[in-house]
Structures are given as C-alpha cells and as structure tokens.
Design a protein around this ligand. Structure first.
Ligand code: UDX
Length: 425
C-alpha cells in the first residue's frame, strides 16, 4: 500500500501499517521530510513513532506519485486540508493535487482510500474524477500524542465505500484489528466523511460546554473542576473531555468546526450547525480571559513586566503549535508590552520559528527567573512535578495563572504563590 502525505496523520499511519505486516511506501512532496523519515527520524515529536520507524523493514519512502501508483494496491490519501486563507472553508488543493498526480498512472486494480478530513461530498467528487478506479473513505480518529496507540488499537474503523471489493480490501488491510474485536462500520461515502467532522464537532462542543460553565463559575464563585467531576460521574455525560481551561487548539478541532459550518451553509443547513459558531466563540473567549487574568496578576498592566509561559504546544506530548492557545496568549501579552519567555518540553523550535519575537528558555526555571507572573498554559506532566518552593525565590513576585487546572494549587499557595485559575474561585 502507499500512504500519501506523511504529516502527523500519514507518517503514523504508514509506520503502523508496516508494523501490522504490510509493505508500505510513504509519499510526500517535501523532500526534507522524506529524507528524515527514510533515515528513521520522524519530522515531528510523537511518542512511539521513532521506535516503529527504526524497527520497520517493510517501510520505504519516495517523492514520486508515479512510483507510488505502480507500487500500490491500496493508496491512502493523508494530506492536509487546512483552513483556506480568508475563509472558513477547507483548502482541498493538496488532496486534488494528489488525485490528479496519481490518476494517469493508477493500475486498473487499484483502490484509492481517503483518510484526510474533508467537507462532505468530496469523496463522491473524487470518485467521479477517478472512475472506474474505486474510491473509499476511511476517516482517522487519532489524537496527537497517542497517535500510534490510537492507530494500532482504534475504537472503531469506519469505511465508506460504493463497492464490495473496496470493503473486502480494507477488511484485509485492518485484519489484525478486526480479529482483536475492533468494530468495523460500513457506510456510504457521505456518512463516512460526516462521522469524522461530527465526532470532532462533538468533542469541541464538549470542551466549550465546560468552558461556558467555567464562565458561569467565575461569575458566581463556584468551582468548575468540582462541577465537571460531579457531572462527569453521570455515565450519560462521562468525565472525559470536560477539562476546563484555555480551550482547544491544534490542527484539527478549530479548522474542522469552521469547515463544517462553511459546508453547512453551502448545503442550506447553516442553522443546524450555527451552534458551532458559539462553540468557537466560547473557545476564543477563554484565551482573552487568560490574558485578562494574567494582566490583573501583573498589577493591571503588562508594560515592562516579565511574564513566564510554561507551554507552547497546543497540548502536551506534541510539538504541534498549530492554533496553539498557549502561544496565542503569549503573543497577545507580548503585544501589550510584556517581556515574555516561553518554555516547552518539545515545541520550542517550532514556536521560535513562528513567534521569533518571544524569548525562549530551555528549562522551566530559566523561564521563571525574574518573572512577575508565571502562566501554565500547556499541561506537560513535567510541570506538575515542578517544586513551587524552588521556583518561588527565582521569580520577582510568585504569581501563577494555571490555565489548564492541573497544578496542585494548595501546594503552590503553601509555597508562597498567589494562584489564579480559570473557572475557579
Ligand atoms: C482531535 C481528536 O481528538 C481526534 O480524534 C481527531 O482525529 C483529531 O483531532 P487532537 O487535535 O490530537 O485530536 O487533540 P485532542 O486531544 O482532541 O485535543 C484538542 C484540544 O482540546 C487541545 O488543545 C486540548 O488541550 C484541548 N482539550 C482537550 C481541552 O481543552 N479540554 C479537554 O477536556 C480536552
């Protein structure tokens, strides 16, 4: 099989397919990425991926779609579908380029399988373009940070297809997962495309729901962490994805809900998805709130203040900074006149490239030196293990905003820190 597009999704998919016994050819237009992968170095941080790349003998890489077409029985398309500039819609140019690039060379017995997140209707359009080569849609639900495990032990496999042969081929591809009991759901193309955006919209809504409750807690002196714990015990609600704080970012949830709204408008069902605009608004308000609380902690103004930011990645166990709430807050505070020093476990290089105006530290303690305020914005495990008693004397004033509600506040207060958090008294 081939895996076309070797970003966060494709590189992991390629390595995992090789791991379960397939001969895999990874394809990308980015020569540097292909060279890195071919020499066993992932071009991004993902736990478990270096080990898979190092041990796999059935995984090769190329930049040639012609070679890919000759090699593959099954072609997985994993290229990005980012937000279009100046619009909420998805940019399908990468996916279209792959289809046009493969088309002249595809073997008659080939199957093309889309994994990228796309607006509903895309698969049918591509199927018409590739006819008589069959097209299936097989959305991917992996989370960065646990991508290898999510791919090898998925909750479910969803396959949208128009031919029985496509379904059979994909059952073969995923045979080890099927024998381990993973549910295999067959749908039409449109349903498979929608499952992905519906799942991500639900997750985004769950996060914004608890963050809306955080806003109510802030107005009433209630505690959103206790509230989330209490409602999460209801099995119908469940405790996961109820962590209130700075909200969601990354390369998926924000752009997926926007693309879904844009597609809904085109389809005449804009009203059905109008709530996603509120989900987006609540999410963005949390970033503004964090800036406001940090300014209060800094004494009412950031001018001339030193602010330490712990966390740059959009979430822990990733070096991905796409739409990172942490960096959004750091950059806003910098623009208001503060001197901002950022630490992250893995994302410093990516952050420095995107936000060269911020300062960076290689150790959390270095970032905190002389700080008027410390902001905890990405919940790396290491930050929970920091000793607040050691950090306090390094700062100018020990003041903390916990933007992720994961630090042990009584312990920080006992070490002399003034602590604020989002949605908590
Ligand atoms: C998401 C989906 O979870 C995954 O199924 C899909 O395939 C791709 O998009 P990912 O972007 O890797 O995965 O991150 P996820 O773990 O969903 O977190 C997204 C954002 O929500 C992060 O910024 C995270 O910090 C935030 N989040 C998550 C919260 O603010 N609160 C929560 O309770 C959970």
């Amino acid at each position: 099989m081939t895996v076309i597009g070797t970003g966060y999704l494709g590189a992991v998919h390629a390595a995992c397919m090789a791991e379960i016994g397939h001969d895999v050819l990874g394809v990308d237009v980015d020569t540097a990425k292909i060279e890195a992968l071919a020499s066993g170095r992932p071009p991004f941080y993902e736990p478990g991926l270096p080990e898979l790349l190092a041990t796999s003998s059935s995984l090769r890489f190329t930049t040639s779609l012609e070679e890919a077409a000759a090699f593959g029985d099954v072609h997985f398309i994993c290229v990005g579908t980012p937000q279009l500039r100046g619009s909420h819609a998805a940019d399908l140019s990468y996916i279209d380029a792959v289809v046009e690039g493969l088309r002249p060379y595809l073997r008659e017995d080939a199957l093309v399988v889309g994994k990228s997140t796309v607006p509903v209707g895309t698969a049918a359009r591509l199927a018409a373009r590739l006819d008589p080569i069959p097209v299936a849609w097989n959305p991917e639900f992996l989370r960065e940070g646990t991508a290898v495990q999510d791919t090898l032990q998925p909750d479910r496999i969803v396959v949208g297809a128009t031919s029985a042969r496509a379904v059979e081929l994909l059952r073969e591809v995923y045979a080890p997962m099927l024998s381990a009991g993973v549910p295999f759901l067959e749908t039409d193309l449109a349903t498979a495309e929608l499952v992905k955006v519906a799942a991500n919209s639900f997750l985004a809504t769950k996060i914004s729901y608890i963050n809306a409750m955080a806003e109510v807690c802030e107005a009433t002196g209630a505690d959103v962490v206790q509230l989330a714990g209490a409602i999460g015990l209801d099995e119908r609600i469940g405790p996961r994805f109820l962590s209130a704080g700075l909200g969601f970012g990354g390369g998926c949830l924000p752009k997926d809900i926007r693309a879904f709204m844009a597609r809904g408008e085109e389809l005449g069902v804009g009203r059905s998805l109008a709530f996603l605009r509120e989900v987006d608004e609540i999410n963005m308000r949390r970033r503004a709130k964090a800036v406001d609380v940090a300014r209060e902690l800094a004494g009412g103004s950031f001018l001339g203040r030193r602010v330490a930011v712990l966390g740059a990645a959009f979430k822990p166990d990733s070096d991905d900074i796409r739409d990172s709430p942490a960096l959004n807050v750091a950059a806003a505070i910098h623009l208001q006149g503060a001197h901002v020093t950022v630490h992250d476990e893995e994302a410093v290089e990516n952050a420095r490239a995107a936000f060269p105006q911020l300062d960076y530290a290689l150790e959390p303690a270095k970032a905190c030196e002389g700080a008027d305020v410390v902001l905890h914005l990405t919940e790396w495990k290491r930050y929970r293990e920091l000793d607040p008693a050691v950090l306090a004397p390094l700062t100018r004033t020990p003041r903390l905003l916990d933007g992720r509600n994961t630090l042990d506040h009584p312990r920080w207060r006992a070490a002399g820190w003034a602590v604020r958090a989002l949605g908590r008294p």
